[in-house]
Design a protein around this ligand. Structure first.
Ligand SMILES: [Zn+2]
Ligand SMILES: [Zn+2]
Length: 76
């Protein structure tokens, strides 16, 4: 996953596609997938204005309005 503004990339410690899918352990696969997804989500923020994912550096949280810096600058 990459930041839409600065291009910084972030990776979860273990990417789910590294797992060999053997069909027998789909619950374990789903859990591993969710864990790496949550790690990614913690490093990135979803802008509800433009629908992009940006890193913490490019995200501004002002009061109860969360937006990427681009949208935050636009709506002032
Ligand atoms: Zn960024
Ligand atoms: Zn935005």
């Amino acid at each position: 996953m990459r930041c839409s503004l600065c291009g910084k990339a972030a990776y979860a410690g273990r990417l789910p596609f590294l797992f060999q899918k053997r069909g027998t352990d789909s619950a374990g696969y789903a859990r591993a997938y969710m864990r790496s997804y949550q790690q990614l989500v913690r490093q990135f923020n979803y802008c509800q204005s433009c629908g992009r994912w940006v890193c913490d550096d490019c995200f501004s949280i002002e009061g109860d309005r969360d937006a990427c810096e681009e949208c935050a600058a636009k709506s002032v």
